[in-house]
Design a binder for this molecule. Sequence first.
Ligand SMILES: *Cc1c(COP(=O)(O)O)cnc(C)c1O
Length: 396
Amino acid sequence: MKNKETYLTGAGDNTRLAHLGHDPMSYHGFVNPPVVHGSTVLFPDCKTMESRDQKYTYGTRGTPTTDALCDALNALEGSAGTVLVPSGLAAISVPFLAYLSSGDHALIVDSVYAPCRHFCDTMLTRMGVEIEYYDPAIGSGIESLIRPNTRLVHTEAPGSNTMEMQDIRAIADAAHRHDCVVTIDNTWATPLYFRALDFGADVTIHATTKYPSGHSDIVMGSVSANEKHWPRLHEATITLGICGAPDDAYQILRGLRTMGVRLAHHQKSALAIAQWLEARDDVARVLHPALESFPGHALWKRDFKGSSGVFSFVLKADGPEHFRAKSHAFLDALSIFGLGYSWGGYESLAVKVNLGDRTIAKAPSEGPVIRLQIGLEDVVDLQKDLEAGFAAAAAV
Ligand SMILES: *Cc1c(COP(=O)(O)O)cnc(C)c1O
């Protein structure tokens, strides 16, 4: 059998996803890695214990199971190292704690995942970090916001719920001129559709809860860093005692094997539904970066290799006083689409988006914003379900 690095070089995404991360011959030929449960790891003698050159030393510092997933993620991201954390939110808070200190200034995109904003406005602010939100469309203009104490620029493209695109290359180039670390929440695109480190990001963050899991049954996050920023990230997770659990790591690696084919299906169905929605009179706007009508479309087309299954639309309503009743009628009439948070699973979801915390990228005025996660069901059935929602909204 040939060496993995040789036969995977230049291979396509699905081939790589099927084989990355675990070498069967390293474990009796079993195709999947063993799930190693462990706290204590024994050393053969005191000399080895003191030398610190044994590969595994303690359960919080990695196991063959977590390494298999981290190796796969490093290969997909092109990163120097990856840490696993217990949730996607922890995949944001841990690097922020790693790179920020009291007295520092951090620039956060205004269309950020809302719980990230909560972490910044409460705990980070209490610890003396100054937080400033910026316009997702800022591009190289970010330079004018950078101060002598700015240490971190956080990006998310597309933005949560309203899907604004960001020029990651322009932002990273400006930030690097001032020695700031650039982090990106890359959950929506996954490394298959956007290789963030190739566009200048230093650290890429994933809620592996979403597409890597694919089945709505695990919460886990990953943080991957380039060579320059890896040591500090690794040191922070060791210091904090934060680590990923072996069963979860196993399941995420299992999910990765099929992520390419699932994403292709999510992409195709979501685009079909987005285009269908765009043609409707009861829809004011569809917020999907792969639609030509979307303001950030050119950036998406320039930098991304695909689009996933999550996007939003603005349900037409005359006057803000009708937003609540219309959106509730629409959502309550859905059967296949579940009403729930998160996404990335096999099943479709719909949720009314709350944009009340935005200071720059504010809520559209034409109606309530509904976010859809298009699952693996058949498009015609999903359309029929959405029709029922539109009929109920029209009756309000
Ligand atoms: C869901 C999500 C997270 C958080 O993931 P959890 O595992 O639910 O904590 C972070 N960022 C984005 C963009 C998300 O959609």
